[in-house]
Design a protein around this ligand. Structure first.
Ligand SMILES: Nc1ncnc2c1ncn2[C@@H]1O[C@H](COP(=O)(O)OP(=O)(O)OP(=O)(O)O)[C@@H](O)[C@H]1O
Length: 296
């Protein structure tokens, strides 16, 4: 469905995207993450046909986006990082305005607007866009991106700057859109949201692809499982912090091990000090830890 091959984007000699290739089949959510300036917005604009790459090819649903970006318009819903809404318009008029641009009948626009606002739990109360909260404005912008019922959605940070409740609501809504058979390409700084909803994830660093795959594949790639060992000891004050670097958490005395060797050494040290290992849990690195490991 999406095939990007060797995309390069240069701005006056500065390389914002450096040989980016990926493919994404069928319906689902593709997440792009990376530090500020990594090239996420640039890539999303290229994927939407809004910016031409310096070189490389991009095919979306059989459309050659590099040579015929306009052909994508009917099937594309694009949500920019910051939507400039017309402050003095009501949300209903705003959607009408865009619906008419797409040539949708007036009655149909009213019907779709009502349905979209209901699905987004958006009660406008006749307010003008300038009077709305950030969360409401974001929902209006999302509704606008869907007014022509596109199958392909490109969302630049759909939940940025929103409170946790609204952000969670948007995550759920994106999953619903995916359930309707749509393809979503998104960027996000909220890595927990990406981990939760994305089928495939790309990590960009300074315009280069550092990792690409399902969350499971990324976890494999970034490998190291870490371990937490919980243990009991009759008198923790006698424990030597150098041999057993423990801390106290809500479950009791705990010790972290970075690999199997450390795990074995720590377990042996606990036993030698008269303690008893009660529980061991393994943990994969989170997307956040992967990003930190990759560095800026
Ligand atoms: N029109 C432009 N002209 C010159 N440089 C640009 C232009 N657009 C983007 N860049 C540069 O390309 C790089 C990537 O920018 P981009 O906005 O794609 O990053 P990003 O990953 O979306 O960042 P953020 O997370 O901060 O939104 C940055 O160094 C930026 O300054």
């Amino acid at each position: 469905m999406i095939a990007a091959d060797h995309l390069i984007k240069r701005y006056d000699g500065f390389t914002a995207l450096d040989d980016v290739s990926f493919s994404f089949p069928g319906a689902g959510i593709f997440g792009i993450v990376g530090h500020n300036g990594a090239g996420k917005t640039t890539l999303l604009k290229i994927v939407s046909g809004l910016v031409a790459p310096t070189s490389g090819s991009l095919v979306v649903n059989g459309i050659d986006v590099v040579h015929d970006p306009v052909a994508l318009k009917e099937t594309l819903g694009y949500l920019p990082e910051e939507s400039r809404l017309y402050e003095t318009m009501t949300a209903e008029d705003y959607l009408s305005f865009f619906g008419e641009i797409y040539g949708i009948e007036k009655e149909e626009i009213v019907l779709r607007t009502r349905r979209l606002f209901a699905a987004l739990s958006l009660e406008t109360g006749g307010k003008k866009l300038g009077e709305m909260s950030k969360g409401m404005k974001r929902k209006v912008a999302i509704a606008r991106s869907l007014i022509h019922n596109p199958k392909f959605l490109v969302y630049d940070e759909p939940a940025s700057g929103l409170d946790p409740m609204t952000s969670r609501f948007i995550s759920g809504y994106l999953k619903k859109l995916k359930g309707e058979g749509r393809t979503i390409v998104l960027s996000a700084h909220n890595l927990y949201q990406v981990e939760e909803i994305c089928d495939r994830v790309m990590i960009l660093r300074r315009g280069k692809v550092m990792a690409l795959g399902t969350m499971d594949e990324l976890r494999e790639q970034f490998g190291s499982i870490t371990y937490t060992i919980w243990f009991a000891h009759p008198d923790p004050s006698r424990l030597d912090h150098h041999t057993i670097p423990y801390h106290l958490d809500e479950r009791g005395l705990a010790c972290e091990a970075g690999d199997m060797t450390e795990l074995n050494a720590c377990s042996a040290a606990i036993a030698a000090a008269g303690g008893r290992v009660e529980r061991i849990e393994s943990r994969y690195p989170s997307l956040e830890e992967m990003l930190v490991a990759i560095g800026e």
